[in-house]
Design a protein around this ligand. Sequence first.
Ligand SMILES: [Mn+2]
Length: 275
Amino acid sequence: MSVWAIGDLQGCLGPTQRLLDRIRFDPAADTLWFCGDLVNRGGESLETLRLVHSLRAHCRVVLGNHDLSLLAIAERDEAQQRRVNADLQRVLFADDRDALLDWLRGCPLLHADRELGWMMVHAGLAPKWTTQMAEAHAREVERRLRGDGYRKLLKNMYGDRPDWNPGLRGIERERAIINILTRMRYCTPRGRIAVEEKGAPGTQAPGLYPWYEVPGRAERDLRIVCGHWSALGLFIGLGVHALDTGAVWGGRLTALQLDCDELRVVQVPGREVPG
Ligand SMILES: [Mn+2]
């Protein structure tokens, strides 16, 4: 019986299947944690989504920015849906799209297993957030995504502002929470996200810190597994385990076993990038 966390799939079906073979995933015994961004850019987003959906009883998935973006596009009119890239269009116009997207919309933004000692988010946490605060804020957005107000949220989700502060209300509050949990890489000590900074640590503008390294950050009582930051690569330190190793960019797809004392990492080659 094993628990494995897996980095951003981004529609890379072959690497996903090869990784599950390599870790000898057994749905009868094992559990998979997917760090989000199941779809977009890899060319087989539909098949990847179907695979994870078929395993839904044996996995935990948190939503990434690309997953939320797919859900938002699915609410637009058909002409607009025809304008997105071919990989996402195949999901949007598939016969089983409603089953796939309804399931996806019900996925959480954060998964915590206190018995196991781990928490998973797609991108990161605000500097002052403890694991309990992060869970509470994720639940706020998840309630909205699963309730009658989900269309309004998906329509108004986009935007880099406002910065998080606990006094925010309504859509601005939900947007700020989504931006932290699904788009964070660098931020200021006060928690302002630098969305334009995507490079490896050392390349960022002065005054910015990787979210897990911000001076004065909250102490966290769970180990954290996340994805989203392919330029960071496999990073294990400061209680954080970042698993986006750029499978969609020709890097690797990474699995990390969570239920053993010695961290076990398994990687397979990512997608073959055309040209
Ligand atoms: Mn992402």
